[in-house]
Design a protein around this ligand. Structure first.
Ligand code: GLC
Length: 681
């Protein structure tokens, strides 16, 4: 597999730890691409119908052609199609045309991917300084290239079994009573649920590794009581550490010199939720180990899941630039502000956040060398997350602690999952969610999902339902929304029964979801595949951008438009559609290859099972811990004996889930699509 990869080195690259396998350096001219004399630009002339895949977390379709993207961790909550970057930086693309190859530009600052934007036929990949490793991956198909790339970058993170259950979050659960009322809301309404999230409000003045005693009194018992109700509480950890004398984390970090510096060697000061903060220098190994050890405070209280946030790092403003901005703003006082001054004023304020100027003024200590943040920007969130992951193995080797992050780089998929950040309650974001899943999988991020119901803005009941019909398939299935939006917990909508049925269906499908997830981890495979990867050569399948092959046996085709009676679906081979009204009420329809309009009312979930395969289904339970695998049955249509391997979490060793595989053999029976009988091999 590694023979199909060539590695070239230019200049003196900063080591990113993205790959796990050392490839010998190649010399000479690389195949297919042209590299500019200064080595900063790579060009490729695309054929008319070439498709370009990859880029992980990015806007637009599965085929990335026709836009300019930046691989640059960016805190931007408006994921419109004109954006160039989101939170994760995943500089890997695949060209699928006359030549088929992958290109991974291992460079930890901004990489610009102009894919037919400036010149409709040209890909040009540009880095800021000519210091990077370039990997060219060869293969017969894009799918082969993904597998080779995934082998190169190492096995994906295995999230704990419970985190495949449904999880509820919201920014503004202010007190333990608020959290308890959400737990009760779900439990009293007989909805299954496994986790409730603690956003920044659980902390004391937004200080990491503190819990507000006033709002969350007796936190330890609160966590324990939640555990007794089979609820995991998952607190957020932010990158910025509040500047406050007497706050241990700040005092220690300051004293040990563990914060990022400015160009004068003083602690770099910026502001995030708590006001002024310092940023732990995660690129400094000792600082990273120190910060990681602090998770113990919450783990000791019974916490076994975390989400790392604001780690691009997000900056509201820096002390220096705020000063300048305030001066500028006061200069407008008394003026008759016309068009240019007005826009100048506006830009001064809006330009305060997440500014490149601030990143250029921040410094890291990497093995004793002072390195400007600009050179390593995309590693910051990654290193925050490895700092936690490494610490977990020491603090709690007998637990597989859930961990996911907002910012990421290639390689971080070995340590955690990611979520897709601050999306909106927009119909277009169901589609974006769908299209991002396979692209993330190409880069190794298997445990991921979007904020179901949308983070910003208000979600309607119809949008919540349609999104849920996709969300029940994403490994991270979390309903999260922002402060100030309408209440969006599923039990709050009018048709509670429909929401309940769909949530229960998720739990009934967990044996399939978890087994296929674990198979994808083991085989460096994708959990969500574009049809183009599976039905290569079928022009109609290759054109499909809004359906996915989920695991090996199922196709999903969610509705992502309002007021839809259903949608057009391309059936790429003979399939058996299962129309679920609930986990126990479902019907089957046979489809032969072709295009169809499939009616999909809001209260139903329709999936398509490949002929001669089956999927397992069990009885749902209030939580993953209560699932009973002896209720297993299989559904679908087979004409020959079929064996399905179910993977279950058996235990945790060194923080990693160990699994048990059971082969279920099912004998065909023409009269049925539901198999209660099987033999276990
Ligand atoms: C960021 C996160 C979001 C969180 C909010 C408050 O915007 O992306 O998920 O709710 O911060 O912590």
């Amino acid at each position: 597999m590694y023979d199909s990869i060539k590695k070239y080195r230019f200049g003196k690259p900063i080591q990113t730890n993205a790959v796990t396998y050392e490839i010998a350096l190649s010399t000479g001219e690389p195949d297919y691409i042209q590299i500019s004399e200064n080595k900063k630009t790579i060009e490729y002339k695309m054929g008319r119908n070439d498709k370009i895949y990859g880029l992980g977390e990015a806007v637009r379709g599965i085929n990335k052609r026709g836009w300019i993207y930046e691989s640059y961790c960016n805190d931007d909550p408006l994921h419109t199609e004109t954006k160039r970057s989101l939170y994760g930086a995943h500089p890997f693309i695949i060209v699928d045309g006359e030549n088929v190859f992958g290109l991974f530009t291992d460079y930890p600052d901004k990489v610009v991917f102009d894919i037919g934007y400036t010149d409709i036929d040209t890909i040009s990949v540009t880095v800021g300084s000519p210091d990077y490793d370039l990997y060219i991956i060869f293969g017969d198909t894009p799918y082969d290239i993904v597998k080779a790339f995934r082998k190169l970058i190492g096995k994906s993170y295995t999230a704990p079994f419970w985190s495949f259950g449904f999880q509820q979050s919201r920014w503004s659960y202010y007190t333990s009573k608020d959290v308890q009322s959400v737990i009760d809301g779900y439990r009293d309404n007989d909805f299954p649920i496994d986790a409730v999230y603690l956003d920044i409000d659980y902390m004391e003045s937004f200080k990491d590794f503190t819990v507000s005693e006033e709002r969350f009194p007796e936190f330890d018992s609160f966590v324990k009581e939640a555990v007794q109700q089979n609820i995991h509480l998952v607190p957020i950890i932010d990158a910025g550490v509040k500047i406050e004398d007497g706050y241990t984390i700040y005092d220690e970090g300051k004293e040990k010199g563990y914060f990022c510096k400015d160009d004068k060697g003083k602690d770099f000061v910026a502001a995030v939720w708590p006001g002024k903060v310092c940023f732990p220098d995660f690129l400094n190994d000792s600082a990273a180990a120190w910060f990681g050890s602090k998770y113990k405070y919450l783990i000791d209280k019974g916490i076994d899941g975390f989400w790392n946030d604001m780690n691009e790092p997000a900056i509201f403003y820096s002390e220096n630039r705020l000063e300048k901005a305030l001066c500028k703003i006061s200069s407008y006082k008394g003026k008759n502000i016309g068009i240019y001054d007005f826009f100048g004023l506006k830009d001064t304020v809006l330009g305060l956040s997440n500014s490149g100027e601030d990143y250029s003024a921040m410094y890291h200590n990497i093995n004793g060398e002072s390195v400007c943040h600009d050179r390593v920007h995309n590693l910051y969130g990654y290193k925050m997350t490895t700092s936690a992951s490494n610490a977990f193995k020491e603090i709690a080797p007998d637990k597989n602690i859930l961990l996911f992050s907002r910012a990421s780089y290639i390689g971080m998929h070995r340590y955690s999952g990611i979520w897709m950040g601050d999306n909106q309650s927009w119909w277009s974001h169901i589609k974006l969610n769908l299209q991002m899943l396979p692209s993330l999988n190409m880069c190794g991020f298997l445990y991921s999902g979007a904020d179901l119901t949308g983070f910003g803005d208000n979600c309607t009941e119809e949008l919540a339902l349609r999104w849920l019909a996709l969300g029940i398939f994403t490994p991270l299935m979390r309903n999260h929304s922002a402060l100030g939006t309408r209440d969006q917990e599923y039990y709050r909508f009018k048709n509670t029964e429909v929401f309940r049925n769909i949530l229960k269906l998720r739990y009934a499908l967990i044996p399939y979801i978890y087994s296929e997830f674990m198979k994808a981890v083991e085989n460096d495979d994708m959990l969500f595949k574009p049809l183009a990867f599976v039905y290569r050569g079928d022009k109609l399948a290759e054109a499909v951008e809004d359906q996915l092959i989920f695991g090996d046996n199922m196709m999903i085709a969610p509705v992502y438009e309002p007021n839809a009676l259903g949608r057009y679906v391309y059936i790429p081979e003979d399939m058996c559609a299962v129309r679920f009204r609930s986990e126990t009420d479902f019907t089957f329809t046979d489809y032969t290859k072709g295009h169809y309009f499939v009616e999909i009312p809001c209260d139903e979930v329709v999936v398509f099972i490949r002929k001669n395969t089956l999927i397992p289904l069990i009885s749902s339970a209030p939580s993953t811990a209560q699932l009973d695998y002896s209720t297993m049955k299989f559904i679908g249509k087979i004409t020959a004996p079929y064996v399905y391997t179910v993977i279950k979490e058996k235990g945790i060793l060194n923080g990693i889930s160990h699994t048990e595989k059971t082969n279920y053999r099912i004998i065909p029976d023409n009269d049925t699509c539901v198999y209660n009988n099987y033999t276990i091999e």
